[in-house]
Design a protein around this ligand. Sequence first.
Ligand code: ZN
Length: 358
Amino acid sequence: MHSRSVLLSWGCLTACCLALGCDKPAPVPAPQTAQSKPAPPAPVRIELPTDNRALYESGGEPRFFTPTGPDFPWTSGAFGCVRNSGTRFHEGVDIRCLVRDRQGEPVDAVRAAAPGRIAFINRSASASDYGQYLVLLHEVDGLTVYTLYAHLREIASELRPDAPVQAGQTLGTLGRTAKSPIPAERAHLHFEVGLLGSPHFDLLLHRWYQDPGPNPFGNWNGQNLLGFDPAALLIAQQQAGPAFNMRAYLAQQPSLCTVRIHKSSLPVVTRYPAMVQGAPGTSAFEVDLNPQGVPLRIRALPSSSGQFKRGAYELVTVDEALEARHRCNKLVFKKGRQWVLTERGQRAVDLLAFAPGS
Ligand SMILES: [Zn+2]
């Protein structure tokens, strides 16, 4: 129909020109060639946020990661159960500074790791363990991904929430701000990459704690940001080249456990529909979680077992070997011969499943 109506109007135009002595040649539509089609946008990739690129060099880790002290190995600045003899989790990487001023303070520029928009800025150095920090959101292969830049010495004054940012745009200066200031020699950028947690985080805080205290960070509180290993991601992305796909990367990660959630809708399904296999609108979902509680795969189930009441979380499987390697995260616990979700595990699922009134 469309092509026919175009033909009719061209016919009319030609006839009108003949009748009125139109001296302009009839316009000819440009032929649709492969060259005239707009090029598809380049896929969004996460890049290193400072000039320190030692992560990509063989044996460069000690020049990339900032350890927790002079007597600690570089691994204490990496992601995972690397703190307090492996009992405490570090949800990002601590990137070494390269350049200092005469007073010994860092001057490295911190740049946006990808194009996106500003989600949150905290300019109060003493309000958070992150010090002055900033959160960006990026659309990567169908997923909304956050990056977080913490302990900044300063944040560029012109930056405002919701403003767009270009890849590589200067966000501020690497620093050592925190609730308890970081020693000058340990100045570093704490950098995170991950998925978003609950859209109702303040309500969850009141559900978890009798008196949670003020939360000036809203949904951009670190407890509501589901980080995965930025160094592993950056290396995998570089090795895969143009074939890299963030969704496939996450889907290929090993899962600590599978949790069946007996609900017909979940905020995480609304937020990340591209992760869901099967048709939503059913009565339960299975979510594969990594050891830090990041959802990797979500399956909509055709029907829910009547054994569980609506809203229940059912722990279906646990990878015991993986659990042993990530014990500090403590999402699951073996009670007798049966694995159960710990309180921390329940909270990790709450971040994906809780909705007010449900
Ligand atoms: Zn850190």
